[in-house]
Ligand binder design. Structure first.
Ligand code: NAD
Ligand code: WQD
Length: 343
């Protein structure tokens, strides 16, 4: 790839790691983000990792003029589209904000791409589109459903992308359904820095490890799983980032279908209790925890069948659970104040 790739949401957790992977693969990149859930200091960290010079545009994907200006300045080869809001609980309280940001935002981006005749896009979807799966591991052909406005927004964007491809097959579209991304870059310079109380398991564990929170609440131990706690498919964010490079390459290849929908996961189930025990063992830091009631909306198990990603993208995960725990802890312990930590 000689023309640049636009990364929307590129200062966020997954976007920043993907920016690094693309840049290190020699792909020129431009990042656009409105910084509603990320820090501009991510750009300094990327520079320290050798991603320099790097063009950053602070703008909202719903700002058509900003997008037109940007597309006029660069002949983008494609877009990796991460920009979106992702907190499930918040989406239940603020459905219109989520649908506007995620759905209107994606439509605005696709329209700008159409105007600029840039028709290659990799979209961040989520295992949330499978709802409460009847069968695990989950294949891409499983029924799709939304159980909250966040999930609805992902499903609506997926539908829009499918409609677009059937209307105009010149579009090359990869819909990537991520399972549970965790971990951080091994340097400790990039990682996940949620605002406020973390919703997700791994950042909560790392904050307990640091002493910023008293104890992890394990949401239920009466699920139909081997130890009763919820089972998920956690994958290392660096493997996930590699999946985006693989998808971009596949979208350029003549022997690959140009509407790709693939799961990105390991296919391995890990329970909450196993995660707590592995983190404590690998890092030598005990994680205080207590079992509380189930969290509304949680499912017992969510696991990917990752075989299609292997077949279509030649992608599979390389980094295991211990590495996820070690890298997450290195990031958190080096950055107790997230990206505001002077390094
Ligand atoms: P994140 O919040 O760290 O990154 C998203 C970025 O998008 C942020 O930097 C935010 O400032 C930016 N953004 C949001 N709305 C924007 C807008 N209207 N215009 C411009 N920028 C905007 O989240 P993440 O974990 O990196 O997730 C990236 C994508 O992957 C999201 O679309 C998310 O829904 C999806 N996803 C995440 C997970 C996960 O567990 N982290 C799982 C599945 C799917
Ligand atoms: C994992 C497990 C919890 C926190 C969410 C979104 C999903 C996707 C990924 C974006 C579950 C348990 C958690 C805690 C706990 N995001 N847990 N105590 O719910 O699988 O998926 O993030 O697309 O759409 O729903 O991830 O990290 O919140 O939870 O016991 O304090 O950890 O019950 O079993 P989840 P999670």
């Amino acid at each position: 790839m000689t023309q640049p790739i636009l990364i929307t949401g590129g200062t966020g957790f997954i976007g920043s790691h993907t920016a690094l992977v693309l840049a290190q693969a020699g792909v020129p990149i431009v990042i656009l983000d409105n910084l509603c859930n990320s820090s501009p200091k991510v750009l300094d960290r990327l520079a320290r990792l050798g991603v320099t010079p790097l063009e950053f545009v602070q703008a909202d994907i719903r700002d058509a003029q900003a997008l037109d200006d940007l597309f006029a300045r660069h002949a983008f080869e494609g877009v990796v589209h991460f920009a979106g809001l992702k907190a499930v609980g918040e989406s239940v309280a603020q459905p219109l904000r989520y649908l506007d940001n995620n759905v209107s935002g994606t439509l605005s981006l696709l329209q700008a791409m159409e105007r600029a005749q840039v028709r290659r896009v990799v979209f961040s979807s989520s295992a949330t589109v499978y709802g409460d799966p009847a069968v695990v591991p989950i294949a891409e052909s499983a029924p799709l459903t939304a159980t909250n406005p966040y999930g609805r927004s992902k499903l609506m964007c997926e539908d829009a992308l499918r409609e677009l491809h059937s209307a105009d097959p010149r579009w090359r579209i990869a819909i990537l359904r991520y399972f549970n991304p965790v971990g951080a870059h091994e340097s400790g310079l990039l990682g996940e820095a949620p605002n406020g109380i973390p919703n997700n398991l791994m950042p909560y564990i790392t904050q307990v490890a640091l002493g910023q929170r008293d104890a992890l609440q394990i949401f239920g131990n009466d699920y139909a799983t081997p130890d009763g706690t919820g089972v998920r498919d956690y994958l290392h964010v660096m493997d996930l980032a590699q999946g985006h490079l693989a998808a971009l390459k596949a979208l350029g290849a003549s022997d690959t279908p140009q509407l790709l929908t693939v799961n990105l996961g390991t296919g391995q189930g890990v329970s909450v209790q196993q995660m707590v025990d592995t983190f404590a063992h690998v890092n030598g830091v005990p994680i205080a925890h207590r079992v509380v009631a189930r969290r509304p909306g949680d499912v017992a198990q969510c696991l990917a069948d990752p075989s299609l990603a292997k077949a279509l993208l030649n992608w599979q995960t390389e980094l295991g659970l211990e590495r996820m725990c070690a890298d997450a802890w290195r990031w958190q312990s080096m950055n107790p104040q997230g990206f505001d930590t002077p390094l």
